[in-house]
Design a protein around this ligand. Structure first.
Ligand code: ATP
Ligand code: LTN
Length: 330
């Protein structure tokens, strides 16, 4: 069997530079080495209330974004999570394998539930749905940002426990978390990750931001004390800007430090805004150039390809557990 990767993003809000640098750009890089599945995880999105019309629109927009960043539909499979009903079905089964205590330990749940009064049971169960996404495709590698590491550990634990109790059924996946860019920080608060749900919209550069918005956000960026422009863990704001610069230009850290030697923060912010705008322009043109028909065709093909693999895995799961009824489990 070819080595597989699986990853996904939620069609909520807007895709930002952190999502791209921490995850999507690695999907693009890895897709030629692995058989690749990239999912638009709309069932994860509804763990928090969503406007129905907007969710449908964002699902299509995110598909366009996948294509425009460089995911090649000739080599990768792109599909919408709700189009493959096995994701929800396997979640039920894995709910019966996962323990309350391990879900209670998930830090993302603790953070997200602190922000809301009415927390859904779905939000608590979110990591089990994520495990189902991954395990259905017998995935080897899951390229994600640092914030997903704990969910990946849980996925591995569930796979190992299921295999032990019911026989070898799932491949046990590994996380792929990049050395540089796994946690891009907010421009307005470098102690927090860049996030679309950030209270301050200036902390987050969106992939669909226009040139003015990009420049404004970088100009307002908070800086730390000291004047020297170099990578330094004790100065998180400057290191974050340099990391973004490094990933967008492909330059080494030595090259970057000598480029900025003797220059001030204002120059760095200006250069970073220029580099980002240059990067975003062709990307945004591609997003706008993708037609509805092309989108429908691709998602239809994606659903078909994904469904085949997902239904084989789920049949094996049911058979292993003795969950059988009148007919086949399909
Ligand atoms: P947000 O906090 O902005 O809502 P999310 O993690 O809920 O982000 P998704 O769109 O589902 O949003 O995430 C897609 C991918 O982006 C995941 O692999 C996640 O780890 C990664 N990611 C999210 N934020 C960052 C960040 N600040 N730096 C690096 N990677 C990130
Ligand atoms: N929880 C992830 C999105 C996600 C995912 C997945 C990532 C859902 N299912 C499977 C990798 C593999 C997030 O980034 N918020």
């Amino acid at each position: 069997m070819p080595k597989r990767i699986f990853s996904g993003a939620q069609p909520t809000g807007n895709v930002h530079l952190g999502n791209y640098l921490g995850a999507l750009r690695n999907w693009v890089a890895l897709q030629h080495e692995y058989e690749s599945f990239f999912c638009i995880v709309n069932l994860h999105a509804v763990t928090i209330p969503q406007d129905p019309k907007l969710l449908a629109e964002k699902t299509r927009e995110l598909t366009r974004i996948y294509l425009a960043v460089g995911i090649d539909p000739d080599v990768s499979t792109i599909f919408v999570q709700s189009d493959v009903h096995q994701h929800a079905e396997l979640t039920w089964i894995l709910n019966c394998v996962a323990r309350m205590s391990e879900l209670e330990r998930m830090t993302q749940f603790k953070d997200k539930s602190r922000k809301s009064e009415n927390v859904s049971a779905g939000l608590f169960d979110y990591p089990v749905l994520m495990a189902s996404d991954i395990l259905l495709y017998q995935t080897d590698l899951v390229p994600v940002g640092e914030d997903q590491r704990q969910h990946l550990e849980l996925t591995r634990d569930l796979a190992i426990r299921f295999n032990r109790d019911y026989g070898d059924t799932f491949r046990v996946p590994e996380a792929y978390i990049p050395k540089v860019g796994a946690r891009i920080m907010s421009l307005s608060d470098p102690t927090k990750k860049m996030s679309k749900s950030d209270d301050d919209p200036n902390g987050c550069v969106m992939m669909l931001d226009d040139a003015d918005a990009v420049s404004r956000k970088f100009k307002r960026d908070v800086t730390d004390s000291g004047t020297e422009i170099r990578f330094d863990d004790s100065r998180p704001a400057i290191s974050n800007l340099l990391t973004i610069y490094q990933l967008l230009t492909g330059k080494t850290s030595d090259e970057i430090e000598s480029h900025f030697a003797g220059k001030g923060y204002a120059q760095l912010k200006q250069d970073l805004a220029d580099v980002t705008v240059e990067f975003l322009r062709p990307f945004q043109e591609r997003v706008n150039g993708i037609g509805t028909e092309q989108l429908n065709r691709l998602l239809g093909q994606g659903r078909e390809k994904a469904s085949k693999i997902a239904s084989t895995t789920l049949s094996n799961v049911y058979a292993a557990m003795g969950v059988v009824g009148a007919g086949t489990s399909e």
